[in-house]
Design a protein around this ligand. Structure first.
Ligand SMILES: *[C@@H]1O[C@H](CO)[C@@H](O)[C@H](O)[C@H]1NC(C)=O
Ligand SMILES: *[C@@H]1O[C@H](CO)[C@@H](O)[C@H](O)[C@H]1NC(C)=O
Ligand SMILES: *[C@@H]1O[C@H](CO)[C@@H](O)[C@H](O)[C@H]1NC(C)=O
Ligand SMILES: *[C@@H]1O[C@H](CO)[C@@H](O)[C@H](O)[C@H]1NC(C)=O
Ligand SMILES: *[C@@H]1O[C@H](CO)[C@@H](O)[C@H](O)[C@H]1NC(C)=O
Ligand SMILES: *[C@@H]1O[C@H](CO)[C@@H](O)[C@H](O)[C@H]1NC(C)=O
Ligand SMILES: *[C@@H]1O[C@H](CO)[C@@H](O)[C@H](O)[C@H]1NC(C)=O
Ligand SMILES: *[C@@H]1O[C@H](CO)[C@@H](O)[C@H](O)[C@H]1NC(C)=O
Ligand SMILES: *[C@@H]1O[C@H](CO)[C@@H](O)[C@H](O)[C@H]1NC(C)=O
Length: 499
């Protein structure tokens, strides 16, 4: 009973704040995953669906409309994007009856049991099969008419994924424009999206730009790790700072649309990932980078922070991809973007920022701190720091420039904050204070001034990270965030949890 009494007021407060958030039109972005099957030993549809369920994946993008998959996905609650493959585009775009037939056989036949919500028509059509460019918009229109006839136009949205190569000069984002070769088709495409309330689908792959840039872009910038102000990039026209290439790509897309006078079409990222293995000359394709990229991308999307130019527009994103596809043409790296082998063995473990644990500091650790060993080489500390703030999912906000624990010239202090935050978040589930032997446990509280370390018992020191269940009544922003996170965990957000 007592627990009950204590629980209600915060919940009520949460409810009120969530309503306010809804009024403010803030909605959550989701993270889904691409499920390609260009694989010599394709797992059965039933096996694929059980992998999805086990990983609590709620949104998937199929590159086709495989009927066994659509059947296996029935009554799972998983939201499905189906695809019209490029080799079917000509037929669909040249014949209204063929398009109607496509909708009936591949979409209408499976709804409502299978929750199909998007159709991606072709993939990177203008940049990969330009000879089919003229049928792209007719295909969209024919498919839309067929959806309308089947009364499915509100349940299912139609669009077509584009490569960032469509943007001729992507940087700075404020002056980006689409390649003018395709202006008339882009104009019709954007008009279609506007008329139907659909999204611009973007395949955003910082990996390729990083590799092609040959050192122009820091790796940190590609991997969402721009702790260092020197590796952030500013847009000279807007003075907006870009801490990662992903945001710059999305903003370049918004601005390219704006240059054509379309301002209210949302961007959805239909493919983004990083290969974990490549040939000898593909050094950037490795497990560390793939893990860091995908972990940070997921956190970035679920944080609902939008982009620098559109902070209120969340960008839902489909990770590329679930399985390695050994039959894909191309380089060694092209076959190794998966987080799993087709035999269901995990290539690397993706840990999502477990929002449920942000307020779950272990009482056992009160008064115990994990700090950097000041005798460790600075380069090793830097490496461990990058890991803690990246894949380790430590909350490194407080060590950003301008924040209480930021010290530009003291890697030991900054790393200590990150190590300690990681340790307090993860100790209960097996996290250790090791960091490649650069860290150690101490009982001396490193907190100073308003820089409070998790686990601090200082008189004013409730460390944001501890004290589960008690929401400080003073800080609306923190409360809203906590409520929002709790709510996301509880209901709204399809969170992928890779255990
Ligand atoms: C399908 O997904 C949409 C969007 O999340 C949701 O509103 C709807 O309830 C889902 N339908 C079914 C049958 O699960
Ligand atoms: C624009 O697209 C055309 C046709 O694909 C291509 O030849 C040209 O190089 C592109 N221009 C730029 C600046 O990317
Ligand atoms: C966008 O609108 C402005 C002002 O109305 C106009 O001058 C310009 O030509 C338009 N651009 C395009 C691509 O339609
Ligand atoms: C999360 O979003 C907030 C603002 O909404 C931003 O200040 C913070 O830096 C973001 N964190 C990450 C890890 O992107
Ligand atoms: C799964 O496939 C990978 C790559 O082919 C292989 O290394 C691994 O041993 C396989 N695992 C099982 C359980 O068969
Ligand atoms: C700190 O690092 C130094 C040098 O690597 C090592 O000799 C020492 O044992 C470490 N101290 C602790 C407490 O781990
Ligand atoms: C991260 O830490 C900052 C304070 O340093 C806090 O305001 C914020 O709520 C924390 N974020 C999460 C997700 O715990
Ligand atoms: C751990 O240290 C070794 C050698 O000191 C280094 O090669 C390795 O990359 C480090 N690993 C991590 C995750 O920092
Ligand atoms: C904690 O106390 C110190 C010194 O009394 C003060 O400078 C700091 O701002 C306080 N921190 C918080 C979070 O209230």
């Amino acid at each position: 009973m007592r627990e009950h009494d204590n629980m209600w007021p915060p919940n009520l407060k949460c409810l009120v704040m969530l309503l306010m958030l809804m009024i403010l039109n803030v909605s959550g972005a989701f993270v889904g995953i691409n499920v390609g099957t260009d694989i010599s030993n394709v797992p059965s549809a039933v096996d694929i669906v059980s992998i999805l369920k086990e990983k609590k994946i709620q949104h998937i993008r199929l590159l086709n409309s495989d009927h066994q998959m659509l059947t296996a996905l029935a009554n799972t609650g998983i939201e499905v994007m189906v695809g019209v493959p490029n080799d079917q585009l000509l037929r669909v775009g040249q014949s209204r009856p063929t398009a109607a037939d496509w909708i009936n056989k591949n979409v209408a036949a499976y709804i409502p049991a299978t929750n199909i919500t998007y159709i991606a028509v072709g993939n990177e059509v203008l940049t990969t099969i330009p000879n089919a460019a003229l049928v792209l918009v007719p295909a969209l229109q024919f498919l839309q008419s067929a959806l309308l006839a089947a009364n499915l136009n509100t349940q299912v949205k139609i669009s077509s994924p584009h490569s960032t190569d469509m943007i001729s000069k992507p940087f700075p984002p404020s002056t980006a424009t689409f390649n003018s070769t395709w202006s008339s088709i882009m104009l019709q495409y954007l008009q279609f999206l506007k008329n139907t309330g659909s999204s611009f689908m973007l395949n955003a792959q910082p990996y390729y730009d990083y590799v092609r840039g040959q050192g122009i872009f820091p790796l940190e910038y590609a991997l969402f790790r721009s702790l260092n102000p020197d590796s952030q990039i500013s847009d000279p026209n807007t003075n907006l700072f870009y801490t990662n290439m992903f945001d710059a790509m999305v903003d370049a897309t918004y601005n390219s649309m704006q240059a054509m006078n379309f301002t209210d079409i949302p961007v959805m990222v239909t493919a983004s990932g990083w290969p974990w293995h490549g040939a000898q000359n593909e050094q950037a394709a490795n497990v560390d980078n793939a893990l860091a990229y995908n972990t940070n991308l997921i956190r970035h999307v679920l944080n609902n922070s939008g982009t620098p130019s559109q902070p209120n527009n969340q960008v839902s994103t489909y990770i590329f991809e679930l399985f390695n596809e050994d039959l894909r043409a191309g380089l060694v790296s092209d076959k190794n973007w998966g987080i799993m082998f087709p035999n269901a063995t995990t290539v690397y473990t993706l840990t999502f920022e477990d929002m449920g644990t942000t307020s779950a500091d272990s009482a056992v650790l009160r008064g115990t701190f994990c700090v950097a060993n000041s005798s460790a080489p600075p380069s090793a500390l830097k490496q461990s720091l990058d890991w803690a703030c990246g894949p380790g999912s430590a909350n490194c906000s407080a060590i950003q420039p301008g924040q209480p624990c930021y010290k530009s010239d003291d890697i030991v202090a900054v790393a200590s904050y990150a190590f300690n935050d990681y340790y307090h978040r993860t100790q209960a589930s097996g996290g250790t204070c090791n960091f490649n032997s650069t860290a150690m446990v101490t009982s001396t509280d490193p907190s100073h001034g308003s820089c409070i370390f998790a686990g601090s018992t200082g008189s004013n020191g409730s460390s944001g990270g501890e004290a589960s269940g008690s929401i400080s009544p003073d800080n609306f922003a923190t409360q809203t965030q906590l409520c929002w996170l709790t709510h996301l965990v509880a209901t709204l957000l399809p969170i992928l949890v890779f255990l």
